[in-house]
Design a protein around this ligand. Structure first.
Ligand code: BTN
Length: 235
């Protein structure tokens, strides 16, 4: 594993995306990001005390393309399990890959593809305690427990566990992973607004399905939404 450490960088995802000689498990870690990126073009608050890192996973041609649709769920699952080991808490998994604690967002994942590599970017609120305009919706581990953690240690745990969990996934353990995330499915039973390309709908979220889609009860209908197809605007 090659590790690139920065006191400050624009974005660890961007750093790996622009690197010409990528290798599987390359890992970029930053103390601060000046242009941290979230999903759907959002900004990711990247102040000191957060775990801010990205690592590479090489595309494996023996895995069917549709299996990679589940990658974000597998990364989220792995992060959830690792956090449960490091600091046992009542974490929830918010489809597709956020971790929630006390109804607030603890971590986010941004996966991008460049050539043969998936760049898996992870932000976890660990020792940082102030989120400015996001104070009502974000939480850190320190906010919850009052403890201070070794961020690099946590990052290494997360990356090593992910490769073990991805191996399990490749070996056919998807059902077990799915059961675990459904057991702590944050959206289950909640009224959600689904913002698609053309229209907005409101429904009650159900389970995460075998193919990774989320089932939503809208009136008398059951709809299934793909990862990336929709945006859930509120709980
Ligand atoms: C989300 O919107 O929930 C995803 C946030 C992902 C943030 C991480 S921080 C490390 C890596 N570098 C980035 O610019 N983004 C990801």
């Amino acid at each position: 594993m090659r590790v690139y450490k920065f006191d400050e960088i624009d974005s660890t995802n961007k750093f790996l995306k622009e690197k010409l000689d990528l290798e599987e498990r390359d890992l970029a870690i930053a103390k601060v990001q000046t242009a941290g990126r979230g999903r759907r073009g959002n900004k990711w608050i990247s102040s000191e005390g957060s775990a801010l890192f990205s690592f590479c996973l090489k595309h494996d041609n023996s895995i069917k393309e549709e299996e990679y649709m589940k990658l974000s769920l597998v990364v989220g699952y792995s992060l959830l399990k690792t956090m449960q080991r490091i600091e046992p808490q009542d974490y929830k998994f918010k489809w597709t890959n956020d971790i929630y604690l006390n109804d607030r967002k603890l971590s986010g994942i941004l996966i991008e593809k460049i050539g043969d590599y998936y760049i898996i970017g992870v932000g976890i609120n660990i020792n940082n305690c102030n989120f400015g305009e996001a104070n009502d919706v974000a939480i850190s581990l320190k906010n919850k427990t009052g403890k201070t953690y070794d961020i690099e240690e946590i990052i290494k745990h997360v990356v090593n566990s992910f490769f073990k969990d991805f191996f399990k996934f490749k070996a056919g353990n998807w059902q077990e992973i799915l059961n675990e995330i459904n057991n702590v499915n944050y959206l289950y039973g909640k009224r959600i607004d689904i913002v698609g390309v053309t229209k907005e709908e409101t429904g009650i979220a159900g389970d995460i399905l075998l193919d990774g889609r989320l089932e939503v009860f809208i009136g008398t209908e059951i709809k299934k939404y793909n990862i990336g197809e929709i945006h859930i605007s509120k709980k």
